[in-house]
Design a protein around this ligand. Structure first.
Ligand SMILES: Cc1ncc(COP(=O)(O)O)c(C=O)c1O
Length: 406
């Protein structure tokens, strides 16, 4: 049995994540603060344009989160009461929450063990006359099988909204993510590949959908404030639809403008660390890293390992705690959504939903998601960490696993 070692004061500590903010970002934020215009304005426009060029798409709409983008996409596609949206249970709650906000029903499909992306072979059996969209999540930055998803969507006349919170740099068959489905939503949350603190971007190549989503992102009115108070004289706004308050603002964009310049450099560093982790864990049978398939570019947002806890003396949470006790920050991406109290009809804040609705899920329904949900650990992966930090993480993880061997 593993003997817990006391953490000493001078022991190294590697946080799970640290943002990489340099002088450029700091100066731009200060300049914005001094400029007299701090909400949505010229810097948001510039960041939208820089991001649009990077993705190579027609429209990029700056928002205050990726969640907002997913919600706007559903709203712009008129997905609402009685509709069903197919997605994965191995995701952040935001993906399913926005479907519920629209009064539609999330329909989960199990994931593949090798990438933890949605198992495309199981989607078609879930399509009904109520299905309106598929919402794939490019887990950890590995693109889903978009050819098969788009083909299925075309045949069944479904929309595709991609959750690309992890996948800014990703490509599928030579095509950048952000150009494939009807809408794609990206995240600039603090731990993401590039950050604006909080923030998101919604991309599309469809003129009509872009116009609708942009309008809905700012109350559903026709002109944003920056243009209303512009040089051409006062212009009245008109309300076309009760929209949302989801706009990105210039203090966020000031950070984004500088982060986007460094995106490929950051990726290069993360890839180097992923290679170090993979090599180090190659001969540890209890550690299974996720696979990288052919014909894709991976964004390497997360380094996720599946721990074969059935072969060890401890469960995932005990292993995680021990890694943390040795100064290494870790994460869990993700505990499966269908076993969360809301979906189990065990929410303390709302009455149970009727059976067959979105409540009443049970263990056993999505075996791969459940297996992974109990075994995944995400290790630190960010450009601000050093090679020595990576080596330290490897040493700690190896020691902890060895210590829990039967
Ligand atoms: C898969 C996934 N989707 C959506 C989100 C939501 O992103 P945001 O915080 O920008 O709304 C996250 C955030 O962690 C995520 O991991």
């Amino acid at each position: 049995m593993y003997i817990k070692k006391k953490r000493t004061k001078n022991k190294k500590a590697v946080q799970f994540h640290q943002s990489y903010i340099q002088q450029g970002e700091i100066k731009e934020v200060v300049d914005t603060l001094k400029s007299g215009w701090i909400t949505t304005g010229p810097r948001t426009k510039r960041f939208e344009e820089d991001f649009r060029k990077y993705i190579g798409c027609k429209y990029a709409i700056g928002l205050n989160s990726c969640t907002a983008g997913l919600h706007l996409a559903l709203a712009a596609l008129n997905i609402g009461e009685g509709d069903e949206v197919i997605t994965t249970p191995i995701t952040f709650p935001a993906t399913a929450n926005v479907i519920i906000h629209q009064k539609a029903t999330p329909v989960f499909v199990d994931v593949k063990m090798d990438t933890l992306n949605i198992d495309v072979s199981k989607i078609e059996e879930k399509i009904t006359t109520r299905t309106k969209a598929i919402m794939p999540v490019h887990f950890a930055g590995h693109p889903c099988e978009m050819d098969r998803i788009m083909d299925m969507a075309r045949r069944h006349k479904l929309s595709v909204i991609e959750d690309a919170a992890h996948a800014i740099e990703s490509e599928y068959n030579g095509k950048k993510i952000g150009n494939i489905g009807d809408f794609t939503s990206f995240s600039f949350y603090a731990t993401k590949n590039i950050t604006t603190g909080e923030g998101g971007m919604l991309t599309t190549n469809n003129d009509e959908l872009a116009e609708k989503a942009r309008m809905l992102s700012l109350h559903g009115i026709s002109k944003d404030a920056w243009k209303r108070y512009g040089k051409e004289g006062y212009q009245h706004w008109e309300l076309f639809y009760p929209g949302f308050k989801y706009n990105m603002f210039d203090i966020q964009a000031a950070i984004g403008i500088h982060q986007i310049k460094k995106i490929e450099g950051f990726l290069k560093i993360r890839k180097k660390y992923v290679d170090m982790y993979n090599e180090a864990f190659e001969n540890i049978p209890e550690i299974v890293p996720l696979k990288v398939k052919g014909n894709i570019k991976h964004a390497y947002h997360l380094y996720v390992i599946i721990i074969k806890t059935e072969e060890l003396n401890a469960d995932r949470d005990e292993i995680m705690s021990e890694i943390q006790n040795n100064g290494v920050g870790v994460g869990v991406h993700f505990r499966t959504l269908h076993l969360q109290p809301y979906f189990q009809n065990k929410s303390p804040i709302r009455p149970p939903l009727p059976k067959g609705g979105r409540g009443g899920f049970e263990r056993g329904m999505f075996p791969v998601a459940e297996y992974a949900s109990d075994r995944v650990i995400s290790l630190p992966l960010y450009p601000k960490m050093s090679v020595l930090d990576v080596k330290y993480v490897i040493k700690v993880v190896k020691e902890v696993i060895e210590g829990f061997r039967k």
